[in-house]
Design a protein around this ligand. Structure first.
Ligand code: E4P
Length: 217
């Protein structure tokens, strides 16, 4: 399973990339706002740091304008994935932009039928939002599993990019179900390394080591 960093914060991406944890990056208008950066500048910087796909989202609602914005975003670098919303116009834009040869990430997916349409429209990635379904008492993981089954039934090549991952459990479940990619905020990715028994075990080792009076360096 590939890991994408769900952020537009350069420092976070750099730190995770040093560990080999960033196979790609996803951004959205809210993350651009949070970064306080200009979308074109920050996206260019991210694309230069990361070899994998970097999702940059269009902000128009009409297909023609989405296509124009998508082409401008795709001009930033060869590893841009143009992100379009899962609306009728977004699907039209997906079809045209994927036909142009660009990677397209169809975002804000909340149903298996939406995912089916995105695959038919030539999406490179479909982004089902797990956390936002959990927020309204639905099970985001059921959606990931349903899309996996449907895509496998018909050998669709669209990759399942599980988004809105809020907990380490979401990441485990995505890996078990077989999502192709999970995108998560850096704070969630860092938590993957945590375990109380690791912390307790290390604490005991450090105490015993101090008692030996030895040094390695
Ligand atoms: C995905 O591409 C989105 O940027 C993101 O995962 C949304 O997550 P949120 O629901 O936590 O805002």
């Amino acid at each position: 399973m590939k890991f994408f960093a769900d952020t537009a914060e350069i420092a976070d991406i750099a730190e995770l990339a040093e560990l080999g944890l960033v196979d790609g990056v996803t951004t959205n208008p809210s993350l651009i706002l949070k970064s306080g950066r200009d979308i074109l500048e920050v996206t260019r910087e991210i694309c230069a740091m990361i070899d994998g796909p970097v999702s940059a989202e269009v902000v128009s609602l009409k297909a023609d304008e989405m296509i124009a914005e998508g082409r401008k975003l795709a001009d930033i670098a060869a590893n841009i994935a143009v992100k379009v919303p899962l609306t009728w116009d977004g699907l039209k834009a997906c079809k045209v932009l994927s036909g142009d040869g660009f990677m397209v990430n169809v975002t804000l997916c909340f149903s298996a039928n939406q995912a089916l349409l995105a695959a038919k429209a030539g999406a490179t990635f479909i982004s089902p939002f797990i956390g936002r379904l959990d927020d309204i008492n639905l099970d985001g993981m059921d959606l990931i599993a349903d899309i996996r089954t449907i895509y496998d039934n018909y050998s669709f090549e669209t990759q399942i990019l599980a988004a809105s991952a809020r907990t380490v459990n979401h990441i485990t479940q995505c890996a078990l179900i077989g999502a192709d990619v999970v995108t998560a905020p850096p704070s969630v990715m860092r938590k993957l390394a945590d375990h109380p028994l690791t912390a307790n075990g290390l604490d005991a080792f450090m105490k015993d080591w101090a008692k030996t009076g030895q040094k390695i360096l």
